[in-house]
Design a protein around this ligand. Structure first.
Ligand SMILES: [Zn+2]
Length: 275
């Protein structure tokens, strides 16, 4: 494989970061995190970045039919309007996971290809949302208003509820109003996700009244406790009319349009002008 021209390499590194892969019903999904604040990330640089990331993954001989674009700040959403059409044109299913409101360019691109948006919500309470998802995350209320706008534009929406926290989310008086608001926003699908909390998140959540459980309380291991919390959330969500992981994975594969025209990423795709 030829090296990338130096100038392009810099722009490439500045526009997309790989964040691993996940398994979905449709196959392996690449998780990519747009990198915010880089005004030099032109549409051409974004295309090179996407081709490079997918080529790296597909070089293992595994197709990547799904791409999850993970957005944490408004500045990171700017490149979506370039990323989404490029991926859709090559037959990739696009799922945007976001904790911020998306710009119009991204919404238009998602509507055109039948892409899906997963809104990251940790809590209906703004201080808890900020504690768990960071100060740049929009409050749940704003994200659910955005859900209605997305649906009106023809974009399928789901909620990615998390990170699920032991000692917080099993208290149904805290989560019940949130499910009501989700249903009121006409969202009927959700997935649950968990990650180990960082010290900053733990401290911020304690400030919201969280009492960290004693992990071995009653002899129940931490993993079992978290599974019980997730089961409790699932019951609450389903009672409210929201399906959890309906397709059987975290990719919400039953939503949006079926992708078609899969094009493997090969060297000529990476270097269309050099070949
Ligand atoms: Zn699935």
């Amino acid at each position: 494989m030829q090296p990338l021209p130096h100038a392009r390499e810099g722009a490439l590194e500045g526009s997309l970061q790989p964040a691993g892969t996940i398994s979905t019903c449709l196959g392996e999904a690449a998780r990519l995190a747009p990198f915010g604040g880089d005004r030099s990330a032109t549409a051409e640089a974004v295309a090179f970045a996407l081709a490079s990331r997918l080529a790296e993954l597909e070089a293992r001989g595994v197709p990547i039919p799904v791409v999850v674009l993970e957005v944490r700040r408004a500045s990171e959403a700017e490149v979506l309007g370039s990323c989404i059409p490029w991926l859709a044109a090559r037959g990739r299913r696009v799922l945007v996971r976001t904790r911020v409101v998306l710009p119009r360019s991204a919404v238009v691109a998602l509507a055109a290809c039948g892409g899906v948006v997963a809104l990251e919500i940790a809590s209906g309470r703004a201080p808890v949302q900020a504690a768990l998802l960071g100060p740049a995350a929009a409050p749940a209320e704003r994200l659910l208003l955005h859900a209605q706008y997305l649906a009106a534009q023809g974009v399928a929406v789901t909620v990615a509820l998390g990170p699920v926290v032991d000692g917080w989310h099993e208290h149904l008086e805290r989560t019940r109003p949130m499910w009501r608001h989700i249903v009121a926003a006409d969202v009927r699908d959700a997935t649950l996700w968990s990650v180990p909390l960082r010290p900053r998140q733990r401290e911020a959540l304690r400030g919201c009244g969280w009492v960290e459980p004693f992990w071995e309380a009653g002899g129940v291991p931490a993993g079992t406790r978290l599974a019980l919390v997730r089961a409790s959330i699932r019951r609450e969500a389903e009672a409210a009319g929201v399906r959890i992981a309906h397709c059987g994975c975290s990719g919400s594969c039953h939503l949006g349009a079926e992708p078609s025209g899969y094009v493997p990423i090969a060297a000529p795709e990476l270097f269309p002008r050099a070949s």
